[in-house]
Design a protein around this ligand. Structure first.
Ligand code: SAH
Length: 347
């Protein structure tokens, strides 16, 4: 598969001058890539340059092949990558700006019990340009430009584990926050991880102040290992230590994700254990009732159970909110994004 133009930073595109074209052509190609133009729609470049680009690179990393619209304004997209793989993304309109949920891998190898994204294992990592293309594609679709963005917030919460595709994710963060490009502030980006501890430490040392979101989902090693196999490699203690380190380095409050799974993590003891676990760490807990994933047979809990859980957190001064789930009717909610590759291949 050829790289796409979005894979390159402004500096990296300087090979265009090495091809013998003047410097200002670099800027034109870069701007066309940010505007997500197809080769056919770039009108300001000489034919010889377009031909040379076409030979070596795809004009874009992906295209939307299907859009599903939810009653609540959420939209789910199926994107086709240039090698035929299919990934998904979700657009969520909010009062304060519009958020795009972005995928970092085709599939996932973390194997969390409650999540649809890992059902077929990991197919491959996305390149930085493919991750960026999701943002540029939807920005263009919504009538946005680089100067007037239609997307203001990004959550790396689609399919895949961003820190398992570390280099491409970090490159994506640099590309998306480049002032010459779409320039979305790192402060408006949340990176969600299942807790790859060494990578969290590495990220903390990189001076990329994204909001770190950690999928916790259970307050003890026993309960967490039952839901998330990664807990065997990096236990809760090490995850909390890494979260503390991230906070110390970036001064950004940590967000923990906690999905209620019936019979696993939603009793009052769990609430108390959770409060004790995060004590003293500046953090917020995003609670969410499990979205049903058919293949897994796991369910969420009752409103009364959630209320009691939240009461205990409040009582212990642990900041928390219950996230309303968006896009359930289009399987666009958390954990419902899956790799459609197999279905696609089988027609
Ligand atoms: N791999 C990263 C990114 C995925 S983000 C991570 O683990 O954080 C998606 C979020 O949705 C994670 O917090 C994940 O644990 C959560 N999630 C997965 N399946 C879910 C489900 N069925 N219901 C609710 N949340 C779910």
């Amino acid at each position: 598969m050829k790289p796409c133009l979005q894979d390159f930073s402004f500096e990296e595109l300087s090979f265009i001058t090495e091809w013998g074209f003047p410097r200002f052509r670099v800027e034109q190609v870069y701007n066309a890539a940010i505007q997500y133009k197809s080769y056919d729609n770039i009108s300001n470049l000489p034919k010889a340059l377009i031909e040379k680009l076409k030979e070596n690179f795809a004009d874009r990393g992906l295209e939307i092949i299907k859009t599903l619209s939810s009653k609540d304004g959420t939209e789910k997209y199926l994107y086709r990558l240039n090698d035929g793989n299919i990934i998904e993304g979700v657009f969520m309109p909010h009062g304060y700006g519009d958020t795009l949920c972005v995928s970092t891998q085709v599939g996932c190898r973390m194997g969390c019990e409650f999540c649809a994204s890992g059902l077929g294992g990991l197919v491959r990592n996305l390149t930085a340009g493919e991750i960026l293309s999701q943002v540029l594609c939807v920005n263009a679709l919504k009538g946005g430009t680089a100067a007037k963005r239609a997307i203001t917030n990004i959550v790396l919460m689609g399919s895949g584990e961003p820190l398992d595709n570390f280099d491409n994710t970090v490159k994506f963060l640099r590309l998306i926050s480049d002032e010459r490009g779409i320039n979305i502030s790192l402060r408006n980006i949340s990176l969600s991880t299942c807790g790859l501890v060494p990578r969290i430490i590495e990220l903390a040392d990189m001076d990329l102040p994204v909001t770190l979101t950690i999928s916790l989902h259970a307050p003890s090693d026993k309960k967490r290992t039952a839901l998330m196999p990664i807990n065997k490699a990096h236990n809760l203690f090490s995850v909390i230590e890494a979260a503390k380190y991230y906070f110390e380095k970036t001064k950004r409050r940590i967000i923990f994700e906690y999905s209620f799974v019936e019979g696993e993590n939603s009793d009052t003891d769990s609430a108390k254990q959770l409060a004790a676990l995060v004590k003293g760490l500046p953090c917020h807990i995003n609670l969410i009732n499990l979205n049903f994933v058919e293949e897994k047979g796991l369910r969420g809990v009752s409103a009364a159970q959630i209320k009691e859980f939240m009461r205990i957190l409040d009582e212990n001064n642990v900041s928390n909110t219950l996230r309303r789930s968006m896009g359930n009717d289009i399987e666009g909610a958390c954990g419902q994004l899956r790799n459609k590759f197999a279905e696609n291949k089988n027609g």
